[in-house]
Design a protein around this ligand. Structure first.
Ligand SMILES: [Zn+2]
Length: 414
């Protein structure tokens, strides 16, 4: 082989195309959702979960956004959206990725289940390699705790594990089930999300950090706290009747004329629908395909071109590149959670007491649960206490006649 031939052979290996700019474009029609486990076994279509387009694209290399927070209910397809982001950063722009979740079991399940399946479905199996191959060990590039791919690597950890602290120089940080882990590390190093974010520091503005979770209880819910630090965006859909852009509010005041309502017959819910706050027309489940369309239209102005549903910030913050998004079950893809199911779940929770309400708020409303009643704070305890000697109790000072409650003050009775 002469020099020219060598140069030509090397040249063949250089990528000939620039990477696809947007993650949503990278996966569209390309990732195949499996028959087992996916509610939509078919090539990936962004139109099924249109709220995910912006979320994925914020995490694309050309977006200036550095942090994405998603506070979500169950069954809105967010895990699959997160997988798309991982696939892009492993195979389209190979990088060092760190994925964390709330337990070792979940980490292993995701690593050997969903991620493996996604890699195969993208036709990327041959890009998974063992970099430090040892003939004796027969090491494979695909391990439970990490995967090595040509040009990149992903480490998969549990957020509270010791390995979390040892990670160095990560470009892409993806944290799932954020609220499933306590905020402060037991080791006294503070907020674990800050510790993990610290590992992305050397990439500066090229680093990306994403945090996903269902919320838990107000006051101790990490994803809610992070959501409030960001732009707090709501997904606005065009009403199929009047064309106004509305937020689907699962927890609207029942006294209002708009919101999630239902027709009932003999006490049984026949069908639920969402009443538009602007025109008071009922929007039904099957109309999701209209208001989630890339070219939506409305009955009132049939010729008017409406823009598709979009995210709108409800808070202006100093750093617009810290974006936080909130969803509830009314946004679930057609065929996953219906308006009627959401209505029934809400009614059941309202009748079922605090525990039922708590899981409804977390898993359907995508909101932290506010506990009713005031707990006793250590501060109150310190203010209210008196200076009692050991082995005495306030009851010992009760006036006679004694009603048999003085047993506690052992010393005086003795
Ligand atoms: Zn309307």
């Amino acid at each position: 082989m002469n020099d020219i031939e060598f140069l030509q052979s090397v040249n063949h290996k250089i990528p000939k195309k620039r990477p696809v700019k947007l993650i949503s474009d990278y996966v569209e029609g390309r990732r195949i959702m499996p028959v087992d486990g996916s509610p939509f076994p078919s090539p990936w279509r962004n139109s099924v979960t249109p709220y995910g387009i912006e979320i994925q694209n914020c995490l694309s290399p050309y977006s200036p956004v550095h942090t994405v927070v998603v506070k979500k209910p169950r069954k809105v397809g967010m895990t699959a959206i997160m997988d798309n982001v991982v696939l892009y950063w492993l195979f389209e722009v190979p990088s060092k990725v760190l994925y964390s979740t709330s337990s070792q079991d979940l980490a292993e399940e995701w690593s050997m289940g969903e991620l493996e399946e996604a890699i195969t479905s993208m036709g990327m199996r041959d890009r998974v390699v063992a970099k430090s191959y040892n003939a004796k060990a027969h090491r494979s590039g695909s391990q439970t705790k990490f995967k090595e791919v040509i040009g990149g690597r992903i480490d998969i950890i549990s957020a509270s594990a010791m390995t979390a602290k040892r990670q160095k120089n990560i470009r892409i940080l993806i944290c799932d089930e954020v609220s499933g882990t306590k905020k402060l590390l037991a080791s006294g190093e503070g907020d674990w999300t800050k510790v993990l974010s610290g590992h992305t520091a050397s990439f500066g503005s090229r680093a990306k950090r994403a945090f996903f979770s269902s919320p838990t209880v107000e006051g101790e819910c990490l994803i809610s706290e992070m959501y409030e630090e960001g732009t707090q965006e709501q997904f606005l859909i065009p009403c199929p009747y009047c064309g106004e852009y509305i937020f689907l509010d699962l927890m609207a005041d029942p006294g209002e004329k708009w919101g999630l309502k239902a027709d009932t017959q003999g006490g049984v819910v026949k069908q639920a629908y969402y009443v538009c706050p602007s025109c008071n027309e009922p929007i039904f489940d099957h109309q999701k395909k209209d208001f989630y369309s890339y070219h939506p239209a409305c009955k009132k102005h049939p010729k008017k071109e409406l823009k598709p549903a979009y995210w709108k910030a409800t808070k202006t913050i100093a750093d617009p590149y810290y974006r936080s998004f909130g969803l509830n079950s009314l946004y679930a893809p057609l065929g996953m959670v219906s308006f009627t199911q959401a209505y029934n779940e809400r009614a059941k929770a309202q009748a079922g007491g605090p525990d039922a309400m708590r899981s409804f708020m977390n898993l359907f409303a995508g909101e932290a649960f506010k506990e009713v009643g005031e707990g006793l704070h250590i501060k109150d305890f310190n203010t209210l206490r008196d200076n009692w000697p050991m082995w005495t109790s306030p009851l010992s000072l009760l006036p006679e006649p004694d009603h048999g409650l003085r047993r506690a003050s052992g010393k005086r009775n003795g």
